[in-house]
Design a protein around this ligand. Structure first.
Ligand SMILES: CC(C)(COP(=O)(O)OP(=O)(O)OC[C@H]1O[C@@H](n2cnc3c(N)ncnc32)[C@H](O)[C@@H]1OP(=O)(O)O)[C@@H](O)C(=O)NCCC(=O)NCCS
Length: 164
């Protein structure tokens, strides 16, 4: 698939709005309550997000068209990863795995963090499979707003060991 990623810009907000306001997509990916946004509300929210010093946000483009987003949040001991592909016609074609592997390599090449961590709903089988194919394993089970969740982690040392 012909994809690239680049840093998110405020001019990307109209593309993000349709994903934020898709209730089914929201509950596939989130345990938080659904809340629709207006474009103005989303712009205000993202103006603050894009100024966060310890986070990087990327837009995924497929054939030049906005298709999803990735976030990396730098914590003390790890980098927190999240991905959302908004275009359903692209699901289960390997895109999420290709992008996740790309960011795992990028983070471990660039940051000192020994691991990457993410949270996923236990009922999101497609995402869990994507993360497992990218090297993540389940490390914790918990509930958020009553929804069963997994924490998944990939460790740099284990990736390096696999290659040697
Ligand atoms: C999760 C997401 C990033 C995965 O990207 P993707 O391109 O669809 O995933 P991939 O094609 O790389 O891998 C998906 C795998 O799950 C499998 N799969 C699909 N539905 C499944 C299900 N219900 N249960 C288990 N596995 C499933 C696919 O067959 C594929 O595995 P395979 O290659 O071994 O056949 C993307 O689907 C997405 O953004 N979905 C909506 C938002 C979301 O869930 N974000 C994650 C929040 S934690």
């Amino acid at each position: 698939m012909n994809w690239v990623t680049r840093h998110m810009k405020m001019s990307d907000m109209p593309s993000l709005l349709s994903w934020y306001n898709n209730e089914e997509l929201h509950y596939t990916a989130n345990a938080k309550s659904f809340k629709p946004y207006t474009l103005d509300e989303l712009v205000t929210y993202w103006e603050e997000k894009l100024n966060r010093p310890n986070a990087d946000y990327y837009l995924i483009l497929v054939d030049g068209k906005a298709a999803g987003r990735v976030s990396l949040k730098k914590k003390n001991e790890y980098v927190e990863y999240a991905i959302l592909i908004g275009d359903e016609s692209l699901y289960s074609k390997g895109l999420g795995t290709e992008i996740t592997k790309y960011f795992v390599d990028k983070v471990f090449a660039k940051h000192r963090a020994p691991s990457m961590v993410l949270e996923v709903r236990k009922d999101n089988g497609r995402a869990i499979r994507c993360y497992e194919k990218s090297g993540f394993t389940i490390t914790k089970e918990f509930r958020e707003n009553g929804i069963p969740m997994y924490e998944m982690k990939v460790e740099k040392s284990k990736i390096v060991n696999k290659c040697t």
